[in-house]
Design a binder for this molecule. Sequence first.
Ligand SMILES: Nc1ncnc2c1ncn2[C@@H]1O[C@H](COP(=O)(O)OP(=O)(O)O)[C@@H](O)[C@H]1O
Ligand SMILES: [Mg+2]
Length: 282
Amino acid sequence: MAERLVEMHGLCHTYQDQTEVRAEGLPFVVKAGQRVALVGATGTGKTTLLLHILGLLRPARGQVQVLGHDPARDFGLVRWDIGAVMQNPDEQIIGPTVFDDIAFGLRARGLPLAQVQERVQAIAQELGLASLLTKVPHHLSGGQKQKVALAGALISRPKLLVLDEPFSGLDPNCKRELVHLICHHSEQLGMAVILSTHDLELVPEIAHRVYVLHDGQLVLSGSPEEVFTCVDQLRAANLQPPAVIQLGLQLVEMGLIAQVPLSLEAGKNLLKGTRVKVKVHR
Ligand SMILES: Nc1ncnc2c1ncn2[C@@H]1O[C@H](COP(=O)(O)OP(=O)(O)O)[C@@H](O)[C@H]1O
Ligand SMILES: [Mg+2]
């Protein structure tokens, strides 16, 4: 059985102003190499849950284990195994230039300069940042800053990558590119990914497993197909299943296709060879 990287049960956090945020119900488990989407409407507690995994918040109740450690107490033991890109990349900028920013984690671990340079060049090339390495990070666009943060997270070759709302503010092409980058690196490094989002459209293309957070409870979990076909439960959680799945469910109901497609491409393949007879009522 794959190693469990993250195990969380019955989480409850109380912020200083006494706001209580809960993620009770189902246990939240992430296995080695698995890509997990945490979905929920705005304000349900996705960021709060991620901050517990990163050891930045301590729960009032419940258990959080990351790589076998309590991250709020022993984050030093797991910090190099975890990369994170939080929603506001401005808060994550730590280097005076893009190069320094991406190199931070490797330098902090004392890697020889030649190796640092080689790895920064390689990741910058891959993410299309090579021409920006001497720039001041604060002067970059939002999308570029996010990529710099992603490069800085990936450069340590972590076992787990945490992404908070990675698609927000990106145009459709950038979203697709990000999906490709995340999947590629996760497969190449055997890296697990947890990403939070309220936008479900791209989730089937990226996630092996989905958790739905609603009203203080993790109410559903399963493969994208299992979760996204529970349309009523998703609507109750103020979420819209991806458009292709809504259409797919209709086509299955009409007997035109046998299974619900998870992507547009899969939908097109399922429809190939299907003759649709259209009745015209006069
Ligand atoms: N620092 C904080 N102090 C008080 N309340 C907070 C704080 N951060 C978040 N909250 C509240 O906790 C709830 C969950 O927030 P959050 O985890 O950011 O949700 P999500 O990421 O799903 O949008 C919201 O009601 C939010 O207002
Ligand atoms: Mg959030």
